[in-house]
Ligand binder design. Structure first.
Ligand code: FRU
Length: 505
């Protein structure tokens, strides 16, 4: 294949497949200095279909090397999402430290069933277990997929969490091949209506205190995104080795990211004290219609997860991993701004093709609204501002560039009748793209807000106050953004410690 980049919107520093379609990150595992990123992959076209596990590896979570697909579609169907573990104790019998992958085989004939494959060459190639499937739904459930396997120390056993329609089901095992059902959790919890997909289950210290550990269930829901389509929510609670109990009422939804383009987010296994998640940076509403042809979809930046307390509630922060600092090829420090009405920085010095990271501290004072437009020479802009009356940070992409994706492919929507979330319709879905997303500022400590913003060829990721708020959105400007137009309404505001980092690989 000629894989020379022919795409205007290919990111400068985000992971993409060389060619073909990508969705969920799969089998995330760290072993012998390498981060393995497998992913839902169609090598035969740039729309969803023929699912394989594609494969890239990295030593630093930033520079990715593309490898051959690791697990190919077979007679049991598509290779859907799942996870990998390092088998430290040789539980499965393929040798100490073999990599064991768990995925869903999906077909009309066999339904959705869990399968296993192992690798003894550091994840380069996998052999499918001859006894597959290792797990089928005891009640014939249609939506039963995306197994996440983890080692549960107190029981000295492997555990699996699988999405089962509107629940997550727990199983455990000693040999990774025979699985015993334990319990399920989820029906009626969080945003409604929903469909659970791609679970993860992690234990983290609260406010860094290792004597206060909490379990978090990551649940990707489609539909369910507050702004339409797919998004990632999480539940905080306790686990006794059998059942998960959520701290909150059913009606509470907590979001890992407040943008529209953050989905199927799961974490690496075997990373010690660090918990690192990788999102797929798209939304099922229009993922098949983004304006590229050679390939489709990127991953958002890997994020480090942690728990913090705010007003007696525990929330999860998601911050860009510190390795992203390796992308900084230079930094321009700008003067502090006493913002009375408007102030423009034009141009800003970015890396190639507009790639940059913007850092600043905003103190709204008595302002009602304070923020900036990130603009280009074509009059396109993304508005990022604090709406102090509503208590929100907002990212508005209504005038960001291309917003009508209709010409680029058919749209995928959730068809309620058949429950197929990939039904394609050729209709104008401009409304799904041209909008603003917002997050509650009450998650932060107030007075002033630290904004860390990553701009790439077709995406903007905002991290407020170390990831207490994360917001990821695709944008398709027809020329790189290269100016900042600050504004305040209703009072004076301060913008301090303003930096523009030039980013490239
Ligand atoms: C989530 C998802 C998973 C499934 C995969 C198929 O985006 O629907 O539940 O395993 O995509 O590609």
């Amino acid at each position: 294949f000629d894989t020379t980049n022919r795409e205007y919107y290919r990111p400068v520093y985000h992971h993409t497949p060389l060619y073909g379609w990508m969705n969920d990150a799969n089998g995330l595992v760290y072993k012998d200095g390498e981060y393995h990123l497998y992913f839902q992959y169609n090598p035969y076209g740039s729309k969803w279909g023929n699912m394989h596990w594609g494969h890239s590896v990295s030593k630093d979570l930033i520079h990715w090397e593309h490898l051959a697909p690791a697990i190919a579609r077979d007679t049991l169907g598509h290779i859907f999402s799942g996870s990998s573990v390092v088998d430290h104790n040789n539980s499965a019998g393929y040798g100490k430290d073999a990599l064991i992958a768990f995925y869903t085989s999906a077909s009309d004939e066999h339904g959705q069933i869990q399968c296993m494959a192992y690798s003894t060459d550091n994840g380069r190639t996998y052999t499918k277990y001859e006894g597959n499937p290792i797990l089928t739904p005891f009640d014939g459930l249609k939506d039963f997929r995306d197994p996440k396997v983890f080692w549960y120390e107190p029981a000295q056993k492997w555990y699996m969490i699988v999405s089962a329609d509107k629940n997550m089901r727990f199983y455990n095992s000693t040999d990774l091949k025979h699985w015993e059902y334990l319990s399920q959790f989820g029906e009626g919890y969080g945003v409604q209506p929903n469909q659970f997909e791609c679970p993860d289950f992690i234990q983290l210290p609260v406010d860094g205190d290792k004597n206060h550990m909490k379990w978090v269930m990551i649940v990707n829901v489609n539909p369910g995104c507050p702004f339409g389509g797919s998004a990632t929510e999480y539940f905080v609670g306790d686990f006794d080795g059998k059942e998960f109990k959520c701290d909150n009422d059913k009606s509470v939804s907590k979001w890992l990211d407040f943008g529209k383009d953050h989905y199927a987010t799961v974490c690496f296994s075997n990373t010690g004290d660090r918990t690192i998640a990788v999102p797929w940076m798209s939304n099922w509403q229009y993922a098949n219609a983004t304006p590229t042809r050679q390939y489709r979809s990127a991953n958002a930046l890997p994020r480090e997860l942690s728990l913090y307390t705010k007003d007696g509630e525990i929330y999860m922060a998601a911050n860009a991993v510190k390795e992203t600092q390796g992308l900084r090829k230079g930094t321009t420090e700008l003067n502090n701004i006493d913002l009375k009405d408007e102030y423009t920085v034009n141009p800003i010095t970015t890396g190639p093709e507009g790639a940059c990271e913007l850092e600043m501290d905003i103190t709204p004072g008595k302002a009602d609204t304070v923020g900036f437009a990130l603009c280009n020479d074509k009059g396109e802009k993304v508005d990022i501002y604090l709406d102090m009356k509503a208590g929100r940070v907002v990212m508005d992409r209504t005038q960001s560039g291309i917003t009508d994706l209709t010409p680029y492919g058919e749209m995928t929507v959730h068809d309620k009748e058949t429950d197929d979330h990939r039904k394609t319709l050729s209709v104008n879905y401009v409304n799904d793209f041209a909008l603003g997303t917002w997050a509650p500022l009450s998650l932060c400590n107030g007075k002033s807000y630290h904004l860390d913003i990553f701009v790439d060829k077709c995406s903007i990721e905002i991290f407020v106050d170390g990831g207490r708020i994360a917001m990821t959105n695709l944008v398709f400007p027809t020329a790189p953004y290269n100016a900042l137009r600050f504004y305040t309404r209703g009072g004076e505001a301060q913008v301090e410690n303003l930096k523009v980092h030039q980013l490239s690989l």
